[in-house]
Write a protein that binds this ligand. Structure first.
Ligand code: GLN
Length: 447
């Protein structure tokens, strides 16, 4: 597959031929189930779009039954930014329902397969985006990351996934899961493409009150020669598989070979991350999903009266995982439990943020696992608690609002990719991309 950088140099005619071929190729690979729908929406370089990002006049469903039939009334800001830069939405790609999950098994459209080996999950919730890029069925894709949903599927499918600093990319037109954690970001074949796509979609937006309103760009200043101080976390690695430990050792050697200085630091026990995240995320999700009542959006199942219509619509429209989280979110917000759970989770969130700030006092980047192991096989994470625990390495980044990028480091003996992530201080995407570029250069992994 050509890279995004190459695609941006194609003539109109070349692009047209490329898109026709791409469509044929996607239609010839239906078993992967990465795409929900393919449509050419403009003249630009085709980009696959997660099914929770609105493209005007096109169906958008967040992978849910409850939004069947809903047509987006406006473009998400990121879609307008793509169009302005000569790119265009080409297909909607599969995801866990309302971005809740780590495997893309909870989608209304059925599961997506891992393009490297179909017995394995592609990761989630942006599994369709990762599988499409990993299979050579997309030049690049947009995903969303609330607790790892860009970085983890990227690692499982052997591609690059980047979550920007909270507030860098407008959330206007993104189906909300947990508003204080969600960010849209690029999923690409390599680090440079991620930087290109990040520059295109990031920046100010008056329609998002949490937007940082900053327009600085990274691509003009990319510099893989910069010598950085990078923190490694030996103790934090205890819960990781041997594959991840091997990849970690390999990445440290590669970073040293590139002239970076490696220092050892320690991070808080990740069990605090899981508790703080699943309380915060479900509380916000409960509130965000209250709007799906059968009256204003999508599917409706009529009852005898309004209350019964609400109940029937939501009972039939939402899948099991979404219902589980609505119940958990309502519980932690209910009077009597609010102080004990929700308020405590917010305090914990601050402690996590402070722990990162302390490390960043004298280091530029942190090298961390992104998942405890390679992609699990289908069925391995069937218990909800096991699935939540598999997020140990991804969610603290969202709780602290930091930018992070996951990239493939090696393949294990079964041929499955092993990825790791670099984490940077807030708003320092420049250092994140510079460091990732030098690591990628030394490792030489090809998607
Ligand atoms: N796996 C996490 C969850 O289920 C993260 C999802 C995400 O980032 N959207 O909440």
């Amino acid at each position: 597959m050509i890279t995004l950088k190459e695609a941006l140099t194609l003539s109109k005619e070349e692009l047209k031929t490329f898109k026709d071929d791409l469509q044929t190729k996607i239609e010839a690979n239906p078993e992967l189930n990465a795409y929900i729908d393919v449509k050419d929406t403009g003249d630009g370089v085709p980009i696959a779009i997660k099914d929770n990002i609105q493209v005007k006049d096109w169906s958008v469903t967040s992978g849910s039954n409850i939004l069947q039939g809903y047509i987006a009334p406006y473009n998400a800001t990121v879609i307008n930014k793509l169009t302005d830069a000569g790119l265009s939405a080409f297909g909607r790609v599969n995801m866990d329902e309302f971005a809740m999950g780590s495997t893309t098994e909870s989608s209304f459209y059925g599961k997506t397969l891992n393009p490297i080996n179909p017995e394995y999950v592609p990761g989630g919730s942006s599994g369709g985006s990762a599988a499409a890029v990993g299979a050579g069925l997309a030049i690049a894709a947009l995903g969303s990351d609330t607790g790892g949903s860009i970085r983890q599927p990227a690692a499982f499918c052997g591609i690059v996934g980047m979550k920007p600093t909270y507030g860098r990319v407008s959330r206007y037109g993104l189906g909300a899961y947990a508003s204080s954690l969600d960010q849209i970001g690029p999923m690409t074949q390599n680090v440079e493409d991620a930087a290109i796509l990040y520059d295109i979609i990031s920046g100010s937006c008056e329609k998002d009150s949490t937007n940082a309103q900053r327009d600085d760009k990274v691509v003009p200043f990319l510099n893989a020669e910069r010598k950085l101080t990078i923190a490694v976390l030996p103790k934090y690695l205890e819960n990781a598989s041997q594959d991840v430990k091997d990849a970690y050792a390999k990445a440290i050697e590669a970073l040293k070979a590139q002239g970076h200085t490696i220092v050892e630091r320690d991070m808080l026990d990740a069990k605090f991350d899981i508790s703080a995240y699943y309380i915060t995320a479900t509380a916000e999700a409960t509130t965000n999903l209250a709007r799906y009542d059968g009256i204003r959006y999508g599917n409706r199942v009529d009852g005898k009266n309004l209350e019964e219509t609400f109940i029937k619509t939501r009972s039939e429209g939402f899948g099991d995982e979404v219902k589980r989280r609505i119940m958990l979110g309502n519980f932690v917000l209910s009077s009597g439990y609010y102080e004990a759970y929700y308020v405590k989770a917010q305090k914990t969130r601050h402690i996590i943020k402070d722990a990162y700030a302390k490390i960043f006092d004298d280091v530029d980047l942190i090298l961390s696992p992104i998942a405890p192991g390679v992609a699990p096989k289908f069925g391995e994470l069937s218990k909800p608690m096991d699935m939540y625990l598999s997020d140990i390495y991804s969610i603290s980044v969202n709780l602290a609002g930091l930018p992070a990028l996951s990239l493939p480091i090696m393949k294990n003996t079964d041929g499955m990719p092993v990825g790791l992530q670099l984490i940077a201080p807030a708003y320092d995407e420049q250092t994140l991309f510079d460091g990732a570029l030098s690591l990628e250069r030394e490792i030489g992994y090809k998607a």
